[in-house]
Design a protein around this ligand. Structure first.
Ligand code: KDG
Ligand code: MG
Length: 404
């Protein structure tokens, strides 16, 4: 069997998605997600100009060899663009292998370790009543674990949640530049424990609650937040310190028993080495789409599992249904599954990417279709072309740039 075509499809059914479609001489197709929010076209070029030509003529079954060829062979390894491109190839080849075998991918990863996959959803609001309504709306959709993001008095934006209006109220000039948001760490640290106290009082002790600090805190600030949140029994505090600094979490860990999660912007296992070896975290949060695909994610989970650390694959709406499907096959198969983030997609996105996975009663399942279980509607995808778009940027009150 040989690869005869590798096509990059960019579509925007509400937001941009980049998909690699690999076709074999037997007419089997495989899909991989390569969406890098706000930098999509860099990955398109990497795939189209530098990777697709190298795939033609290769045996699609040699997945590990293709991965090593693209990772080691390029010399310039790691980084989000490279690893998103490699991820798309890896997932597309797993999709082909599983389709040829006539099995859903999870069967090739060892088979199901569980019957269903617990998901968490995103609640947010700029006031407590808005947050409560948002939690109730998620509960009505079946969610049994919920991430809470809150506005902070004095700040105009709810941080870490995609917005379309700048802090000055103007609409974004999406063609030109990102919207600007505002931030005040001291105000945030004072306010967030009150939000979780109110949510616990409203919804009781049993509901698993999560919170994402989006890399905005210094180690000592994160340590204080972790301690202040202990009475509210969080499932985790996510991305509390800057992603580049593994040692930062050592200080946080020394001060709090609030569980810690990190990894959505990590690209390789080396970003986790100290964190896993020294048990500084409880959950690894990488996305299949940004970590080089199913192959390295499986290795990461096996490594993390040796230290009792669990999986929690990144799954916001900027991971396409292709990336989500790949995640769900891993979730079902690995023993040390923790939880799966799941925001869902618009109806139009679900039409462009028809998928076998399901969400019921707060639990996901990848379905039993051979492969990863996603089919791309090329015509509908083409009817919704790329639209320039950025994530927001964040500035402190003095005008300096802070992490978003
Ligand atoms: O593109 C950025 C998003 O993926 C990110 O903001 C989502 O932090 C996020 C999360 O935990 O889902
Ligand atoms: Mg996050």
């Amino acid at each position: 069997m040989k690869i005869v075509d590798a096509k990059v499809v960019v579509t925007s059914p509400g937001r941009n998605f980049v998909t690699l479609q690999v076709t074999t001489d037997d007419g089997v197709t495989g899909l991989g997600d390569a969406t890098l929010n706000g930098r999509e076209l860099a990955v398109v070029s990497y795939l189209r100009d530098h990777v697709a030509p190298l795939l033609i003529g290769r045996d699609p079954h040699r997945i590990e060899d293709a991965w090593q060829y693209l990772y080691r062979g390029a010399y310039w390894r790691r980084g989000p663009v490279t690893m998103a491109a490699i991820a798309a190839v890896d997932v597309a080849l797993w999709d082909i292998k599983a389709k040829v075998a006539g099995l859903p991918l999870y069967q090739l990863l060892g088979g199901a370790s569980r019957d269903r996959i617990r998901a968490y959803g995103h609640a947010n609001g700029s006031s407590l009543p808005e947050i409560f309504d948002s939690v109730r709306a998620l509960q009505e959709r079946g969610y049994q674990a919920i991430r809470i993001q809150s506005g902070v008095p004095g700040l105009k934006s709810v941080y870490g949640v995609h917005t379309t209006t700048s802090v000055d109220g103007s609409a974004p000039d999406v063609l030109a530049r990102p919207v600007v948001e505002d931030w005040d760490t001291a105000a945030y640290l004072r306010y967030i424990p009150r939000v979780f106290e109110a949510v616990r009082n409203e919804f009781g002790p049993d509901l698993p609650l999560l919170h994402d600090a989006h890399h905005r805190l210094s180690p000592i600030e994160a340590a204080r937040l972790g301690k202040d949140l202990e009475p509210y029994d969080l499932f985790w505090l996510e991305d509390c310190t800057p992603a580049e600094d593994q040692e930062a979490l050592r200080l946080v860990r020394q001060h709090t028993t609030t569980p810690l999660a990190i990894g959505e912007v990590f690209n390789t296992v080396f970003d986790y080495q100290t964190l896993i070896d020294d048990r500084l975290i409880d959950y690894v949060r990488s996305a299949v789409t940004h970590f080089g695909g199913v192959s390295p994610m499986k290795k990461l989970f096996d490594y993390a599992g040796q230290r009792g650390i669990k999986s929690a694959i990144h799954g916001p709406e900027d991971i396409s249904p292709v990336g989500m499907a790949a995640a769900l096959h891993l979730d079902l198969a690995v023993h040390n599954f923790g939880i799966q983030e799941y925001s869902g997609h618009t109806d139009l996105t679900n039409e462009v990417f028809r998928h076998a996975y399901t969400f019921d009663d707060g639990y996901l399942h990848p379905g039993e279709a051979p492969g990863i279980g996603v089919e791309l509607d090329d015509e509908l995808a083409a009817a919704h072309p790329y639209e320039p778009g950025y994530l927001p940027v964040n500035r402190l009150q003095d005008g300096s740039v802070h992490d978003w």
